[in-house]
Design a protein around this ligand. Sequence first.
Ligand SMILES: Nc1nc2c(c(=O)[nH]1)N[C@H]1C(S)=C(S)[C@@H](COP(=O)(O)OP(=O)(O)OC[C@H]3O[C@@H](n4cnc5c(=O)[nH]c(N)nc54)[C@H](O)[C@@H]3O)O[C@H]1N2
Ligand SMILES: Nc1nc2c(c(=O)[nH]1)N[C@H]1C(S)=C(S)[C@@H](COP(=O)(O)OP(=O)(O)OC[C@H]3O[C@@H](n4cnc5c(=O)[nH]c(N)nc54)[C@H](O)[C@@H]3O)O[C@H]1N2
Ligand code: SF4
Ligand SMILES: [Mo]
Length: 811
Amino acid sequence: MGQLTPKPRKSAMTTSAKVQQGAAHVPPNATDLSSVCILCSHNCGVKLDIEDNIIVKVKADKTNPTTKGYICNKAFAIPNSVHHKQRVEHPLKKMPDGTFAQISWDQAISEIAAKLNHIRHTYAPRAVAVAGIGGQGNHSNVFGALPLLYAIGSGSFFNALGQEKIQHPLVDGRLFKAGHDHYLAGDEHKADFVLYLGTNPLISNRGVNATDTIKEIVKDPNRQIAVVDPRLTETARRSDFHLCIKPAQDVYLMLAINAIIVQEELYDRDFIAKKVKGFEQVAAMLKKVDREDMARRTELAIEDIEAVARAFAAAPTAAICYDLGVDHGINTTLNSYLIRMLSLITGNTGVRGGNVFVQQFGPKFPILPRLQKPLESDIIASALIAPMMQFSPNLIPEEILSSHPHRIRALIVDGANPLVSYVDTKRFREAFAQLDLLVVIEPNMTETAQAADYVLPTPAGYEKWEMAVFPKDVIYAQVRPPVVSGSPDALPEIEIYHRLALAMGIVKPASKLIYRLAAKATNPLYAPAYLAAIGALSFKGKLSKEGVLATVGRLFFTLYETLGPQLKNPLMAYVWLLSMGYALTRRKQFDLQFPEFKSIKNPFAIGQKVFDLINEHPEGVVLGLMDEARNFEDFCHYFDKKARLYQADFIADLEVLMGQEDAVTDYPFVLDAGMRTGWTANTIVRDPSWRKGRDIHYAMLIHPEDAELVGVASGDMVKLTTKRGEVTVPVKVDTSTRKGHLHLPNIFDMQYPDPVTGKPTRTGVTLNELSDVNDRDKYTAIPALKYVRCQLTAVAKVAVDAMPAEEEAVV
Ligand SMILES: Nc1nc2c(c(=O)[nH]1)N[C@H]1C(S)=C(S)[C@@H](COP(=O)(O)OP(=O)(O)OC[C@H]3O[C@@H](n4cnc5c(=O)[nH]c(N)nc54)[C@H](O)[C@@H]3O)O[C@H]1N2
Ligand SMILES: Nc1nc2c(c(=O)[nH]1)N[C@H]1C(S)=C(S)[C@@H](COP(=O)(O)OP(=O)(O)OC[C@H]3O[C@@H](n4cnc5c(=O)[nH]c(N)nc54)[C@H](O)[C@@H]3O)O[C@H]1N2
Ligand code: SF4
Ligand SMILES: [Mo]
């Protein structure tokens, strides 16, 4: 049954008071405040001007040490993401009649804490789950949400990376025994040859300052680009080779390219001898691959594939950059494997200009023990960025609907909008209806918030202290202060989790001694004593994996409670811990950037230096460099520093695929359900007025011959049907699209009040009414959003006054 809720202690009040005070003290007018753009993971540095507490101007920040003045058009939508009509201002509770009532924080926290305690004690800790965290640029919530799960012993963690990128660490874990704190990225800005697979960086800005990088490559006669994409994209137009592949056939293309390199002996013998184990077994498979048959499946000319394979192998350095075209395709894990195979056999892994292991700021921290397997599948989790294993959000519905007593019953959604952005909205709605508790932590009244039992308001990423921790090719940190103040009744996520932890009774009160040590923690002589004290307080004498995790969880909360109030914002307590951990475990990288501090021996003094540097540089600071000569060895954790190229199950799967043909289906078209355009930013900007021009930005691209076949012209509506649902969308006839292929921008329908009538109005397409939670990768459950089979039928022209406002313009 529910546990008693301890009374809030004095220390907690101190921290909370400080948080709120911080928000209130932002000056209403200011210019050139350093911040970042949170609309994609590139996190460009920006300078913001503020008038009357409104962001009025966004400028590129030339002083940001990684993006150096780079931005794209979307940055100008930052104000729209903050100042709009759908903000949540107070804690809300769903009433029996379905409306929301405003409640106090004390009521919200004590009721939610009692329910979470009841669920974890009556059923199992894993019945409490978290979905979301992070998003594109507000990552501070990780320091609250994960400790809460750790402290109660739940491994039910689902994150956006789990639905697009966890196949990368899964494969890297097997091939290199790599940890969570790395990402194997194409080093395209230094490469002689770049293979872009299923990505359109000129629009999505993937990589390092993509537009500038691509311009430089195009200008240089000695560098080349190959693009594999069914569409003649903006990036493909700039390429030397465009392989206009049949959708979802990348696995055959990659088999062909690897096979050509082995069959023609174009591989890098020295590199393989030094760094690769298992090449012979893989080569034996590749020698048998029938390249002509692979070409037939991809609908590419074999000569074109050979030209790309040979150019890749011949280039002094060659990088592979791949993204959703492959990640959200079918066979996503096998493709990640084949991509690493190509990089390894051509000697391009861990090499500048090839694919390098990049990392984020923080300590070299081992992946925390795996706590659980899913109840309903064999899918395993992987850890990426955070040391905790995460699952694909695709598993959430079945883990809620399971008949197992330990099924998920309470879900905290924080930094995600599952009823819009997660796959298979219908299935999610069915599952959410079976939850005992849905809590949504949000700055905005989203579709998921509407379905919640409690909505907890949190400041937007420009109204609180924040940071973003995506890996880059330098070790980099930028912690940004708020630039505007939001609702005085909103609380940063870390404060919300801390209050929950107190109310749930999962943290012990800190002694006066710990407070005294905390007051001196920023003195390197006292830092070890403070860390030892909070470690000892958090440890409950259990060395089991649950015990270790719970210690970590409690330590994070005690740190927040005791060090947080000493610093200019409680978030800085975590930054301080990361700084210490970084200095203790990655000194080499720090020394490469700051050779002048080599003589300082005390790692805690270096940690304090790191912390001070972050405080002094709200525009961001480079804190370390990769050791270029040992990049491979630094991240390949096998004792002999050799990659394990041969993976028996992957090879067996590939052999099966080579013997299979495409299944015949009733759905003749392939839909790319989420193309990035200059006017898409996931679900972050709800107010659609940032999209300029008269076009319908969410119109679906269709090849001219297909349009003729269906009997539609640009601006006409079609009914698009999949096995899961149907939508009616306008089309745009587009000659760069491949026949049989369709692209819908990832502009979701997030109903927003019309500026004149105030009536909720369509803003996009309910894309995930079309997708199926079961169309997923067998290793990771990553959804095949780039391969949604569908049918099209023309919709009879509708009278203009029956059309929603935005569609009138084109009919
Ligand atoms: N402007 C903008 N930028 C963004 C975002 C945004 O919303 N807007 N979102 C950010 C996020 S979260 C992400 S994950 C990234 C994604 O960034 P990208 O992956 O670069 O973007 P997409 O447009 O989703 O897909 C890339 C390409 O895959 C191609 N493709 C489709 N099917 C296939 C296939 O079967 N094989 C191959 N080889 N290619 C295929 C498409 O034609 C498309 O050109 O963008 C980030 N950047
Ligand atoms: N059909 C289809 N579905 C897709 C995709 C696709 O291409 N097609 N792309 C997928 C991809 S690659 C991604 S990355 C996901 C992204 O989808 P999600 O994981 O849902 O993430 P976001 O769209 O970034 O937005 C998350 C939510 O965070 C809220 N938010 C903003 N700032 C803060 C903050 O400071 N704190 C908190 N707590 N919340 C905040 C926003 O209001 C928004 O509701 O979508 C996926 N879904
Ligand atoms: S949306 Fe544009 S400006 Fe914003 S972070 Fe991404 S690339 Fe930079
Ligand atoms: Mo993404």
